[in-house]
Design a protein around this ligand. Structure first.
Ligand code: ARG
Length: 356
């Protein structure tokens, strides 16, 4: 008998029935069924309703996520029957098309079969849309995966914004790659509302962040392929992806088009460049009709989430170091309170990269 799995399963099933208000009788019957299934096979299979609620709980329990107010709206795609890399690719395409929704982004998760008796499904990509990284161009964060893709025979243009192909591995078979389908290549060119020269920086970013390398754990079952998305908060792009020195490092270039003197740190040119870059990100997404949220609004939404949790007799857990936005943190309520960073289950976890 797999005792830890049973303990986790039991807790999840009880929580599930309690929160979804089903008669106690049904819960007991399901618990017995799950117990017997684990006893006989070492594992058990979630019903669709359990899978759906479990995924929503994993989002609610994501202590680092400021966007959790919307956890109940998560669209769950059950792709546990996908077998081949081609099955996986077509599910990924359906996911991105649904999530993008012509710009009105919808939070979604696609769940593939858990790693059990059958062969493990792994998506090599960190996100379904992500730019390649080369020695002198692109996103340094993607360098290792980019090299792997090149070893597999993929060739990028060598630009700053080459979308990496999707790479899927089934069991110990060699990984299979395919270019991101045309309808999934959704991006926004960055322009500034009043600095005309800004567009000469030729910056852009993709429309939807779909994290595809985390493990989803529900009731003792590990779904190691379960890509999920929300919409962007502007600072993720404007204060981190394009600004971090070990990412696109574009603050000096932004300062340049604005005409700031970068000689003295005390002129606060970095801060001024940061703000204008973030203004450009929010403005450009809005202009293109792609959902995005600014950090002030996101923080207010998180406060409502905190209040909802209190009203439900729970206290929201959180990771302060991640919840505070990287721009003007002290202008949000998050900065001025503390959070209990206990990791509840279900949840999303990092896992070792399948390559290297
Ligand atoms: N910070 C990551 C990025 O910039 C994305 C993380 C998930 N973000 C989200 N808004 N759901 O690519």
């Amino acid at each position: 008998m797999n005792k830890t799995r049973w303990q986790k399963a039991k807790k999840f099933i009880i929580d599930f029935y309690q929160e979804t208000i089903r008669p106690g009788e049904e819960a007991r019957a399901r618990l017995e069924q799950v117990y017997r299934e684990i006893e006989e096979s070492g594992t058990y299979t979630h019903t669709f309703e359990e899978l759906e609620y479990g995924a929503k709980l994993a989002w609610r329990n994501s202590n680092r996520c400021i966007g959790r107010l919307f956890w109940q709206t998560l669209q769950v795609f059950d792709e546990r029957t996908a077998e081949t890399a081609l099955d996986v690719f077509s599910a990924l395409e359906r996911h991105v098309v649904f999530a993008y929704n012509d710009g009105k982004i919808r939070p979604a998760i696609t769940i593939f079969r858990p790693d059990q008796q059958e062969q493990k499904i792994r998506i090599w990509n960190h996100q379904l849309l992500r730019y390649a990284g080369y020695e002198h161009a692109g996103d340094p964060h993607s360098r290792t995966l980019t090299e792997k893709c090149e070893t597999l025979g993929w060739r990028g243009k060598g630009s700053d914004f080459d979308l990496l192909p999707w790479v899927v591995q089934i069991g110990s078979n060699p990984p299979v790659w395919q270019d991101v389908p045309k309808k999934c290549r959704v991006e926004v060119d960055l322009v500034h509302p009043d600095i005309l020269a800004f567009k000469e920086l030729e910056l852009k970013w993709y429309a939807v962040p779909v994290i595809s390398d985390m493990r989803l754990e529900i009731g003792g079952i590990d779904y190691q392929a379960a890509p999920f998305n929300g919409w962007y908060m502007g600072t993720e792009i404007g204060a981190r992806n394009l600004a971090d020195e070990n990412r696109y490092n574009r603050l000096p270039a932004v300062a340049d088009v604005i005409g700031l003197d970068t000689q003295y740190a005390s002129s606060l040119w970095k801060d001024r460049a940061l703000v204008e870059l973030n203004v450009a990100v929010l403005y450009s997404f809005k202009q293109s009709g792609v959902t995005i949220v600014d950090h002030h609004t996101a923080a207010r939404q998180h406060r409502i989430f905190e209040q909802n949790e209190e009203a439900a007799g729970r206290r929201a857990t959180g990771d302060w170091t991640w919840l505070i936005p990287p721009v003007s943190p002290a202008a949000t309520h998050i900065f001025h309170r503390t959070y209990n960073n206990t990791i509840l289950s279900p949840n999303f976890f990092y896992q070792a990269a399948p390559y290297q």
